[in-house]
Every structure is written in C-alpha cells, then in structure tokens.
Design a protein around this ligand. Structure first.
Ligand code: GLA
Length: 366
C-alpha cells in the first residue's frame, strides 16, 4: 500500500511453528520461526479521541471512541480494541489522542501463520512508539498475549506473540514468566509454505485439545506424581487404565512432540555447519504423524500437501498452527521449486518464505 508521508509505519511478521505444536499452552517448549510475511500499520494521530480503521485486505472499516466504556464489538477489529483494553487494565495509559489507521497484511487470515499475533504486535509496537512507553520486545509479546488470551478469550499460548515480536528462530520454554528464550542460527534460510486454502478458527482445535489433555492430566495427578514435563511414554503406558482411550492418545502425542522438540532444540543449538538437515526434516514429519494420528488436528488436504512435498524432495514437513485447516511448512533446501510445484499440483497455494530476523519494528516515521 502506498500511503502518503503523513503516516508512520510499523510492522510485525507472521510465523510458522517448526517444533512444539500444541505445547505452548501446556507450558512446554516451542520452536517457531518468524517469516517474511508482515502486517503493516499505517498510523496518523487525529486528536479526536477516536480510532478510525481501514483494512486494505478486508475492505472494511471501523471507528470507535476511546472512552472508559470501550468494549469489544465482536468484529474483525477487536484485536485493536483488545490491545487498548489491555493497556487500560495494566495501567499503561488512559489518555490516547486518537489515530487514523490503515492495516495492510501479507499474512493470510485464519491460515496458521499467526495473522492475529502479527496484527496485535504491530499495533502495540505502534502505540508503544507513539506513547513513548519504552516496552521491550518481551513486554510487547506478553501484553499482546494478554490481549488475545485474557481479553479475546482465545485458548492460545505465548508462542505467536513472542515469535512476531522477537523474530528469528528460537526455543522458548513456555513455563513462565519469566520465559527462557534461546535464539538459533539455522542452516536453512528458506521454507516452503503450502496453504490448504481451508480456513478455520484456531480456537476450535485449541479448545477441544486443551480440555482433553487437561482432563487426562487431572486424572493422572490425582493418583500419581507425574506432570507433563517429566512423564515418559513408558510411564504413560503403565497408567493407561486411569485414562479414556482419547485422553491416552492425546497425551501420548503431546509427550512425543515434547521429546521431538527437545531433540530439534539440541540440533539447532549446534553451529550452523554441523546441523543435520536430514534429522531436522525427519523431526518435522514425525511431529506431523502425531498431529494427525494422536492429536487429530490434521486434515486430509494437509496430509496430502505434506506427503507430496516429501515425495518432491522435502526433507520433512508438517502442518503449522492450530490445525484443522490452514498451512503446512516444508524444509526443502535446494528443492524449493520442486516442492512448490508439488504443492500447487495437489491443490494448495505455495510460497517460498525466508526467515525474518527482525521481529516487530518501526518502518518509517512520518
Ligand atoms: C495457535 C495458538 C498458539 C499455539 C498453536 C498450536 O496458533 O495461537 O499459541 O497453541 O495454535 O501450536
């Protein structure tokens, strides 16, 4: 979008989850990678104590007053309201001058690439700069998480907001705050993303899974000392009788993905040249197996895109995000073009993305 020079510009990236899908809200570790698809906020102060919004992609607009009675409106711009409500609740401000905003995004909505966190984080980055709040990137991520989880009541964890604010590839231990974050320099720069073009609300798979897993853990904790950090597959097998078939299956998947993520973390912590790309690829595909068979958040079309990518030379692939639709991601060094073709042939929309190492940022002052 080409806005005139009256506008400040801020942006934040989308992400893929490489390892640790459905682990963040269980307080386990995740390894996301921010990608070079960004959401941009063009912003100009209006001194009307009003937020006036236009979205380039949605072709809709909205306007609301910044008074104490601000509440959610149940529309696509609730993300912006939720950030302001969070700043009010946390005592950061109660006096915003009002802004005209244009939103423009390359991150497809509802596709597992974290369009919501990219919007929340870019908007908060804009307000942080405008109000001189001096927030660190971690504070931006924490507040964006509060807006999504506490205000918008999405059953998400903290992965998306941290990935969008900080950028790069890192391992994040979600058992905090404080959260332990270790950044990696990976041997691969590009990833192939395949969109199933099936849209869904992330909250559905998140809520179903979270409830089943928490119920299973509640039963285990009543009779044993196990928790999700320490329980092994053998431990789980030994106490199988305490759980329903579905709870056992989901918990097995969670434990396996936890272990695969730990293995990936060790590999990515090595110096670039020593990282084993074949292993990193196979850890993606192993996870996909668990996401499909045990957590049951994959769908036929995503399975097809994953399988076809691997047949075309990808070292591994998995769905990304909450699942039941959206995108998959493939690691296919030097085979990117072949994998793109295979994804398109299987009915998906393919994009080669590079890893974004900047996270959220101010792009331009007016
Ligand atoms: C959504 C949530 C994340 C995470 C993933 C599943 O993207 O927003 O916090 O739980 O699903 O890994």
């Amino acid at each position: 979008m080409n806005k005139d020079n009256d506008y400040h510009i801020y942006s934040a990236p989308g992400r893929v989850c490489l390892y640790g899908e459905h682990q963040d809200y269980l307080r386990l570790a995740v390894i996301p990678a921010a990608i070079n698809l960004r959401t941009k906020i063009f912003l100009k102060e209006n001194k009307l104590r009003k937020i006036r919004i236009q979205s380039c992609e949605l072709k809709t607009s909205d306007e609301f007053s910044l008074d104490k009675n601000l509440s959610l409106a149940n529309n696509e711009f609730d993300y912006l309201r939720a950030i302001i409500l969070t700043l009010y609740d946390e005592g950061y401000t109660d006096d915003l001058p009002g802004y005209d905003i244009h939103i423009s995004s390359d991150v497809p909505i509802g596709s597992g690439l974290s369009s919501s966190a990219a919007l929340l984080v870019s908007w908060l980055t804009a307000l942080d700069d405008q109000l001189g709040m001096g927030l660190s990137k971690m504070e931006i991520a924490d507040l964006a998480f509060k807006a999504e989880n506490h205000i918008l009541k999405i059953n998400c964890g903290i992965m998306d907001q941290y990935s969008s604010a900080i950028g790069g590839i890192f391992s994040l231990d979600c058992d905090g705050p404080p959260y332990n974050l270790k950044s990696f320099t990976s041997k691969f720069d590009d990833l192939v993303i395949g969109d199933s073009l099936i849209r869904r609300s992330a909250n559905e798979p998140l809520t179903i899974l979270k409830n089943l897993i928490n119920e299973g853990m509640r039963k285990l904790k009543a009779k044993t000392d196990y928790n999700l950090k320490i329980i092994t597959q053998d431990d789980l097998l030994a106490v199988r009788k305490l759980l329903t078939k579905d709870e056992y299956k989901r918990l097995f998947g969670v434990i396996r993905i936890r272990d695969l993520t730990e293995r990936a973390s060790k590999e990515l912590a090595k110096v670039r040249k020593n990282q084993d790309l074949n292993l990193l690829g196979s850890l993606l595909t192993e996870q996909q197996k668990m996401l499909n068979e045990n957590l049951q958040v994959s769908i036929e079309k995503l399975n097809r895109l994953v399988n076809e990518s691997i047949k075309a030379g990808a070292l591994g692939a998995k769905l990304t995000g909450a699942g039941l639709g959206g995108c998959m991601v493939a690691l296919a060094p030097r085979k990117e073009e072949e994998v793109v073709k295979a994804i398109e042939k299987a009915g998906g929309k393919a994009t080669i993305c590079s890893i974004d190492y900047e996270g959220s940022k101010k792009e331009r002052s007016k």
